[in-house]
Design a protein around this ligand. Structure first.
Ligand SMILES: [Fe+2]
Ligand SMILES: [Fe+2]
Length: 482
């Protein structure tokens, strides 16, 4: 591995020798004011002058890549950091398997590669936009800091993709980089590219579910792109993954703390039936069935991000060596998949059935399967908290056919167990599975800010340990300075 030191002196911290790449440096410096403009318009609402205890990437050495300090968000050092180049890296899969990894864009795949970069890039600012109003209702300064940490890092991920566009895709790359600042989450005229990134993140439970489920889609996509034969994309994604881990940590522990607080409050009040919803809500905590409904919502929206189960685009990207499978390098097969098959869940004669499809065409399905397995791990940990409290309830991932808008199951309605419902049954039972207006109102009523150092809102337990090992009364955000 060769490690290029990070140049931290200029406007744009980087380890890509930007100082000697005048064309790209100028292009990025030109893009910079637009980015800051976007951040001020569409980034966190308020708190832009607050000092936030943030982690900043200052290197790419796995042992010490970040430092923590108080920073005003607009002054965050958004840098371009690629994981170290691996000596003599080969293309690990597809029809070019075994050839030297590309350091330049292979001409025949230019359009496909650009599209992959743009789609990934579009998700990064989108989630910042979706979460922009949450600071105002933060349940603690600790949580507020975590929100802003996720936000600035999604901003950095946008930089990462924009660097690739500016460096490797000439004029069209520049246009795409501009367009990434123009689209807006949820805007009817110029929405973000993928559905889940145009949905609202109305409250903090949604934020935790989003970072658990939807940032985990990000992880899966980045893992698949980290395998790319186009080496700069692979290196970019490998470093983004180190940051992404924290986002899912925020989601997993956030939901854990919600569940923990609910269980504690139920025990204190002597309530053992999780379905005594009114009684539980009177305690100022979120009842477990509502937590389940939120999980149903965010899980199903995120599944749509994996696209159609059977996809020629996915097959082409794999065949070309641009996008691999989840941890391709750890899989033991021919890495070409020309002959194999893969079982795909399909709607056949009105029933959900497994059907063998050519493995190359079924790559989206496969990535989605890997994703579902990855999701289950944290759900099991949530359920441990509930079990330890002795409450007869378990969070369950809904069936993949439930509440879908893309792919095989978008044509039908299914319940959370995958049973097909008539349109009338679906309408009638929808709020058994997904948050109702009353559920949303209740959650919203709980979203009262708690900005006192070391204190937490009624509905969430404190974390086990602080960020950067800080004590419980640490002032993660200095709002007084705002
Ligand atoms: Fe990201
Ligand atoms: Fe993320």
């Amino acid at each position: 591995m060769s490690m290029v030191p990070v140049d931290y002196d200029g406007l744009i911290p980087n380890n890509v020798a930007l100082g000697s790449d005048v064309r790209v440096k100028r292009a990025l410096e030109k893009w910079h004011p637009g980015y800051i403009g976007w951040w001020m318009d569409m980034g966190p609402e308020g708190f832009q002058n607050a000092l936030v205890y943030l982690r900043t990437a200052i290197g790419v050495d796995p042992k010490g890549w970040a430092k923590f300090d108080y920073v005003r968000m607009p002054e965050y050092r958004w840098g371009i950091l690629l994981a170290p180049q691996r000596e003599a890296r080969k293309i690990p899969f597809g029809s070019h398997k075994g050839e030297d990894a590309w350091q330049e864009v292979p001409g025949e795949y230019r359009a496909m590669l650009r599209r992959l970069v743009v789609i990934q890039g579009d998700t990064e600012p989108a989630s910042v936009e979706q979460q922009r109003h949450l600071g105002k209702t933060a349940p603690s300064l600790y949580d507020m800091r975590n929100l802003f940490q996720v936000n600035v890092e999604e901003g950095r991920h946008l930089w990462a993709m924009v660097y690739l566009l500016q460096k490797y895709f000439g004029t069209d790359g520049r246009e795409e980089a501009e367009a990434l600042l123009q689209r807006r989450s949820g805007d009817p005229d110029s929405p973000r590219m993928l559905g889940a990134f145009n949905e609202k993140t109305p409250d903090w439970l949604s934020f935790f579910m989003f970072t658990y489920f939807t940032d985990r889609d990000g992880k899966m996509q980045l893992e698949a792109l980290a395998q790319s034969g186009f080496d700069p994309l692979s290196r970019t994604c490998r470093f983004m993954l180190t940051e992404e881990a924290h986002h899912m940590f925020v989601g997993e522990t956030g939901v854990t703390r919600v569940i923990q607080r609910t269980c504690e409050a139920m025990k204190e009040a002597g309530i053992s039936d999780p379905y005594e919803i009114d009684k539980v809500r009177k305690l100022g905590v979120i009842d477990l069935p509502t937590v389940q409904k939120k999980a149903n919502m965010h899980f199903s929206l995120t599944l749509d991000l994996f696209g159609n189960e059977i996809s020629t685009n996915a097959a082409n990207a794999f065949h070309a060596g641009l996008k691999g499978r989840f941890r391709e390098d750890r899989l033991k097969d021919d890495h070409e998949l020309e002959g194999g098959t893969y079982p795909v869940l399909r709607l056949i004669d009105g029933q959900v059935k497994n059907d063998d499809a050519p493995a190359l065409s079924a790559l989206n399905m496969r990535l989605r399967d890997d994703y579902v397995a990855d999701c289950q791990v944290g759900v099991d940990r949530w359920n441990k908290v509930i079990a330890e409290a002795g409450i007869p309830f378990a969070i369950k991932l809904p069936h993949v056919a439930f509440h879908r808008h893309i792919g095989e199951f978008s044509r039908t309605n299914a319940d959370v167990d995958g049973n097909i419902l008539s349109p009338a049954e679906w309408t009638h039972r929808r709020t058994d599975f997904l948050p109702s207006a009353a559920d949303k109102d209740f959650i919203e009523s709980l979203m009262q800010p708690q900005f006192e150092t070391g204190k937490f809102a009624s509905w969430i337990a404190p974390p086990k340990v602080g960020i950067d090992n800080k004590p419980g009364d640490f002032e993660y955000v200095k709002i007084a300075d705002a």
